[in-house]
Design a protein around this ligand. Structure first.
Ligand SMILES: [Zn+2]
Length: 71
């Protein structure tokens, strides 16, 4: 389910809107001041969760600690 990020141009509040397939034509209102003067931004946070991790070889770290436990 896509989550869209909006920013209110009146009070500068950032908020997220969870869109459903049947209600995506409704106007988006600012939850803080109720203004309809909002702009949609690209939600970068949902993309970073899965694929933006640094490639740390965690297998080498756990292998090293388990090896010292054996001996
Ligand atoms: Zn607002």
């Amino acid at each position: 389910m896509p989550i869209y990020e909006y920013v209110c141009r009146d009070c500068k509040k950032h908020f997220e809107v969870l869109t459903t397939s049947s209600r995506n034509t409704e106007p988006v209102k600012c939850p803080k001041c109720g203004s309809l003067n909002v702009a949609k931004t690209i939600s970068a946070s949902s993309f970073r969760v899965g694929s933006g991790r640094p490639s740390i070889p965690s297998g080498a770290l756990s292998g090293c600690s388990s090896k010292s436990g054996f001996s």
